[in-house]
Design a protein around this ligand. Structure first.
Ligand SMILES: Nc1ncnc2c1ncn2[C@@H]1O[C@H](COP(=O)(O)OS(=O)(=O)O)[C@@H](OP(=O)(O)O)[C@H]1O
Ligand SMILES: [Mg+2]
Length: 367
């Protein structure tokens, strides 16, 4: 476990606890997904509703947030929390009861009866002082609803600096070279190979502490397979071999812009994966580049990148915005003044930034 790997690290207890809680939350979320979501994207009506911004939120988001924040609050009562969901999404007593039932099965520290209070622990404003846990309970909600990849992303900020990152990926096999299939996920394909990843049977959790490396372990119950292994980015700089990971949803990241960027670079394989699983794939060397270009005006949330940034950086990669600036998680719940996310194996970062700059300049001129 995280224990032996980080013996003596000043945040050893925090990381061990986070990996344990995220692993249980990942198993719970996968069970909820199996029960309610099928390949035809139909979802049991007790499980889904629309938030004010019309994005789908499910019982999984709320149960995961209640489980993780409730348990972390018991362990570290002085710490603060920034998390995506609020209890206003708990529709009624029936839904609250369903959440409590899931927590009873997956919590090992006893269930706080005040489910709504546990969820609302996540409403802190964030900032540059103190210890703040940052949680996206179900990152890639659309992937979750499509019965595909999603991720439970937890980071710890200390005085604004991202110190720990944990990514629970319930459908991403711990086996390297997870099976990939041709996919029609993207638009405007110009000769590139578009791939997606088949759900694994075991799932995995990535974790990292600043300065102590990045690790991955299977979510399987089989002890011998659940041992953590240190992971590293690949050292590739050859575009003909490189894989670029991106959002499945073109509404989240422009496939036409990323297509132009990889054409300049000569990259011919693009992999559509929902959520921060993409950071995990780069961290274990299965992709070289992750590009994300939301529509202009969209402001990123810190919970969509904090955990992934720690894991990838500790695996030897780099994460910046389109101008090459580091992501700064100390400004509150958002990442202001960030246009585009550029994550790479580090080796390809300068070339990728140059291609990004070129395409964005053309985009401004033409549009
Ligand atoms: N309109 C729009 N534009 C850009 N980004 C948006 C948009 N709407 C949502 N989101 C955020 O994208 C998160 C999911 O991202 P994806 O799984 O598609 O992957 S990616 O990060 O965009 O590559 C998603 O995370 P979850 O809401 O947790 O699923 C959102 O935080
Ligand atoms: Mg998210």
């Amino acid at each position: 476990m995280a224990r032996s790997l980080l013996a003596g690290h000043r945040l050893q207890h925090e990381l061990e606890s986070a990996v344990d809680i995220v692993s249980r939350a990942s198993r719970m979320a996968r069970e909820i997904q199996k029960r309610y979501c099928d390949a035809t994207q139909t979802v049991g009506d007790a499980t889904t509703l629309a938030k004010a911004d019309a994005s789908p939120v499910t019982i999984a988001d709320l149960a995961v947030q209640a489980l993780i924040l409730g348990e972390l609050h018991m362990l570290f009562p002085e710490d603060r929390f920034v998390a995506e969901e609020t209890s206003s999404s708990v529709q009624d007593e029936r839904m609250e009861g369903a959440i409590r039932t899931w927590l009873t099965q997956y919590s090992t520290r006893g269930v706080d009866e005040r489910v709504r209070d546990s969820i609302d622990l996540g409403s802190d404003a964030g900032g540059c002082r103190g210890r703040i846990w940052v949680l996206d309970p179900v990152d890639g909600t659309k992937g979750f609803l499509r019965n595909q990849q999603f991720c439970i992303a937890l980071a710890l900020l200390v005085d604004g600096l991202a110190e720990l990152g944990v990514l629970g990926c319930p459908n991403l096999s711990a086996a390297q070279e997870a099976e990939r299939i041709a996919s029609g996920y993207t638009e405007g394909i110009e000769g590139e190979k578009c791939l997606t990843i088949v759900n694994g049977t075991d799932g995995c959790v990535f974790f990292a502490a600043r300065g102590a490396g990045a690790y991955m372990q299977s979510l399987t119950d089989r002890r011998e397979q659940a041992l953590p292994q240190q992971i590293h980015v690949n050292a590739n700089t050859d575009p003909s071999w490189a894989v670029m990971a991106e959002s499945v949803e073109s509404g989240h990241s422009s496939h036409s812009l990323t297509g132009k960027m990889i054409r300049i670079l000569g990259i011919r394989q693009r992999l559509g994966v929902d959520s921060q699983c993409k950071y995990g794939l780069l961290s274990r060397g299965e992709a070289c580049v992750f590009l994300r270009f939301p529509r202009p005006g969209y402001v990123e949330n810190i919970w969509d990148h904090a955990a992934g940034t720690v894991v990838l950086t500790e695996a030897g990669g780099r994460v910046t915005d389109a101008l090459g600036g580091e992501l700064d998680f100390s400004h509150g719940r958002k990442l202001p003044n960030v246009r585009g996310i550029v994550a790479t194996n580090g080796h390809m970062h300068p070339a990728v930034l140059a291609a990004v700059k070129h395409v964005l300049a053309e985009d401004v001129t033409s549009g």
